[in-house]
Design a protein around this ligand. Structure first.
Ligand SMILES: [Zn+2]
Length: 260
């Protein structure tokens, strides 16, 4: 997932500056046929990395983006197309900022509890765009669940706007059920895909090598040097149990001449 950051600092929601303790993620889709991120997201003169962001997002010449006052709506992120047509995510509020995305239901508002993002809709008939936008939304949700220790399968944690309405914590909107079912998906599929992504990441993070012989050859010299220097002692039972991350770091240090 490509994740940019372009905070909507001139939006009244950002200016209000209230914070939440996130306990869920609410997925929205825009309800308008415009998959371009630049429709909603634009940097200002004060935005860090403005030139790079403009190059990546493209320029909104209509002045209708959300980085301005008077809108009464703001989300923590968007998923949509960059100027080059690829699909990416952009963070538009600090994740723990109180967003203005859910409105109010009969029992309160998910604005007080949920991180939110919009998936930019296209004409809702392009399977290739749907696949990429859906996949990016899954990855973004997985990242947020991980960051905030959220269980995506727990009741009410990962929901869409319409789920929120049914639960009494959002206004009466149809998103994302106006779109996902056209491609055979619903929010149960989405939650399951978030779990799969999180599980995959965990496995990726958990590569360990028991002994020097298990360490891939391209790391082995650096790891051997660290062992020889007594910098790496293993677990005490004769096993090294060294992670791939550490192997990589030692290899960098070795290339820098730090391991002799
Ligand atoms: Zn919505």
């Amino acid at each position: 997932m490509k994740l940019l950051k372009c905070l909507l600092t001139e939006n009244d929601c950002f200016q209000e500056g209230r914070t939440i303790k996130p306990s869920g993620v609410m997925v929205h889709s825009t309800g308008a046929n415009n998959p371009a991120l630049r429709r909603y997201v634009q940097p200002l003169a004060s935005t860090p990395g403005r030139e790079e962001l403009l190059a990546a997002l493209g320029v909104n010449r209509n002045g209708n983006h959300w980085n301005r006052p008077g809108l009464n709506a703001c989300v923590h992120g968007f998923v949509g197309r960059l100027a080059d047509g690829s699909v990416a995510a952009v963070q538009t509020l600090p994740w723990n900022c109180r967003g203005w995305h859910a409105g109010t239901g009969t029992g309160g508002s998910a604005n007080n509890t949920h991180i939110s993002f919009e998936i930019c809709e296209d004409g809702l008939t392009d399977p290739a765009y749907f696949r990429r936008a859906y996949g990016t939304a899954v990855e973004l949700t997985a990242m947020l669940c991980r960051e905030y220790g959220l269980d995506p399968l727990a009741d009410g944690v990962v929901i869409c706007h319409q789920d929120g309405f049914r639960r009494g914590i959002a206004s009466n909107h149809g998103d994302v059920y106006n779109w996902f079912p056209r491609f055979g998906m619903n929010m149960d599929d989405f939650r399951a895909d978030v779990v799969r992504t999180m599980d995959g990441e965990e496995e990726d993070d958990m590569v360990y090598y028991k002994n020097l012989d298990d360490v891939p050859e391209y790391y082995r010299e650096a790891v051997s040097k660290a062992v020889a220097k007594g910098a790496l002692n293993g677990t005490g039972s004769g096993e090294l149990n060294v992670s791939e991350d550490l192997c990589r770091m030692l290899t960098v240090l070795d290339r820098m001449g730090q391991l002799g």
